[in-house]
Design a protein. Structure first.
Length: 501
């Protein structure tokens, strides 16, 4: 079994330390969790050992020998493989090409690319992952998020052929996966561990860390707070180490009454949704649930004017549904899409500009920038954004903090209807609880909320009613009594569905 030590890891950006003198010991056959709040330095640590960001200091010792590590090739040669937080895929080419990206492509007679061989190798890698349903000839950009992740993992495995890999690093791999896909991934990690590789695993999901990891290191503000075997610690202790405070891993109760109906949908059919009939009241939190891609995002997009009503009746705030996103924002509908980075942020623009983007109509010409700044700072504080100020480009923020910018944008301008698509994905425990509190606060102000989540406890903890979708069709509309009642319909629905697959 190999032993790996990364010591004195430091990195500062413009004089601000992102990682300060951190040391990490990893061992073959063990899965090591790396935890910490958004912006704690996890991805920075990973980028240093991947050689993609230049370290201010870093020493790598493998089995007693010091290794050079100044670029990505060094990391490859050392046997390190990475699945980064931002999935760098090439959407316009096939899955097979993405999987073999960066390797010498198989050639026939030394000239033409041997497509059959290419596809066979890609298929073999996907088979190892248990992801045989992915067509290697499909365009990578067309895959659902979970399949994109599987494709990236397959690429890391393929890169590992030839040179043996001793370390696999996963940066929040399950953030975009469904429960089923996560289980598939855990089985793969188990296989890698059994094969003697060391695994470094970043996740905000406490339960999965406790389930699959052997050791856990916690970072806070770029420094290492603790390292312990998972068996010798607890959820509460990890949260305390991460946040320096006691944070509840729970759901705040509803404290206000609901108001009048604000949106109503009757027998609505769109190109890809059917049989929708429900209403939502001011202050209500309506959950939308179902298996992956059952239509949850499409349902939210209906209220953004991005999915047209073909038949049936639908109204919001006394008028037909908005017919464009601009109109939706102007009428008080705020939206947090699932693919936040890709769908909603301008990475090279300032935090301020990103937050005020859909609200520009609110600002006159006078003192516009000053008022924008004030709003951006206010909203940033509300969501506990960690940044160097409102003018910092969003692309420089940690993954979780980028998401908070999207949140801040949605909260600006007192929405009447807030659409949340997987709002707590990739968000740390502290921020997660803050988001729940914000939802409660908005409810109390009369804002209706529609929330999708693949996290069943989150749905049960936050929602007043739950609409269950099945292949784009409304299958159930469950009220609180049905949710908390003895039968617990939703849980049964989930297990029946998943058991049946
Ligand atoms: N290119 C950059 N320029 C300036 N600052 C940066 C850059 N990349 C990261 N940082 C800063 O370094 C700090 C650590 O960020 P990092 O991405 O490592 O956090 P993280 O622990 O991965 O958080 P998350 O859970 O949100 O992904 C943050 O304060 C971030 O703003
Ligand atoms: Mg990160």
């Amino acid at each position: 079994m190999h032993s790996l030590t990364f010591s004195n890891m430091s990195k500062a950006y413009g004089g601000v330390p992102a990682l300060a003198d951190v040391t990490l010991h990893l061992a073959g056959g063990r899965v090591h969790a790396l935890m910490g709040e958004n912006g704690a330095g996890k991805s920075t640590l990973i980028k240093l050992i991947a050689g993609v960001v230049r370290a201010d200091s870093l020493t790598v010792i493998k089995d007693g020998q010091t290794l050079p590590l100044t670029n990505a090739q060094d990391a490859q040669d050392a046997g390190f493989r990475f699945i980064h937080q931002e999935l760098n895929i090439v959407p316009q080419v096939s899955v097979a090409e993405n999987i073999l990206l960066g390797r010498a492509l198989p050639r026939r007679f030394g000239v033409a690319v041997d497509w059959a061989d290419l596809r066979a190798q890609a298929r073999a890698a996907l088979k190892f992952l248990g992801a045989t349903h992915i067509d290697v000839r499909a365009l990578a950009g067309d895959l659902p998020a979970g399949d994109k992740m599987m494709m990236k993992i397959a690429a890391a495995l393929v890169a590992a052929q030839g040179t043996p890999a001793d370390l696999y690093v996963f940066d929040e791999p399950t953030a975009a996966l469904t429960g089923e896909e996560s289980d598939m991934l855990f089985a793969v990690i188990e296989r890698l561990r059994a094969g003697g590789a060391a695994v470094l695993y970043v996740s905000h999901r406490m339960d999965e860390v406790l389930r699959i990891c052997d050791d856990v290191t916690v970072l806070r503000d770029g420094a290492r707070v603790s390292t312990k075997p998972v068996a010798d610690t607890s959820k509460a202790e990890i949260i305390q180490a991460m946040t320096g405070r006691d944070v509840k891993d729970a759901y705040p109760p509803r404290s206000s009454a609901m108001g009048d109906t604000i949106a109503r949908v009757e027998n609505v059919q769109t190109r890809d949704l059917h049989d929708l009939t429900f209403d939502i009241k001011a202050g209500e939190v309506l959950g939308v649930s179902g298996l992956a891609e059952a239509g949850q995002s499409r349902l939210l997009r209906l209220f953004m004017g991005l999915n047209r009503v073909q038949s049936g009746r639908a109204e919001f705030d006394g008028a037909p549904l908005p017919n464009s996103p601009a109109q939706a924002w102007a009428r008080g509908v705020a939206y947090i899409p699932r693919e936040r980075r890709a769908d909603s942020l301008c990475l090279n623009m300032a935090i301020r500009s990103n937050i005020v983007l859909p609200h520009l109509g609110r600002y006159g010409l006078r003192a516009q920038k000053r008022r924008e700044r004030r709003d951006a700072v206010d909203m940033g504080q509300k969501v506990r954004l960690k940044s160097n100020g409102p003018e910092q480009p969003v692309g420089q923020l940690s993954g979780g903090n980028q998401q908070k910018v999207v949140f801040a944008r949605a909260l600006l301008g007192n929405p009447k209807l807030l659409l949340l698509d997987e709002p707590t994905r990739g968000v740390d425990v502290g921020a997660k609880y803050d988001i729940y509190l914000l939802v409660r606060e908005l409810s109390a102000q009369g804002c209706a909320v529609i929330l999708t989540s693949t996290d069943l406890p989150e749905i049960l903890g936050m929602c007043d009613r739950v609409l269950v979708l099945q292949d784009g069709r409304q299958a159930h509309l469950l009220d609180r009594a049905a949710l908390s009642g003895s039968g617990d319909l939703l849980t049964r629905f989930y297990s029946a569905e998943q058991g049946g697959q």
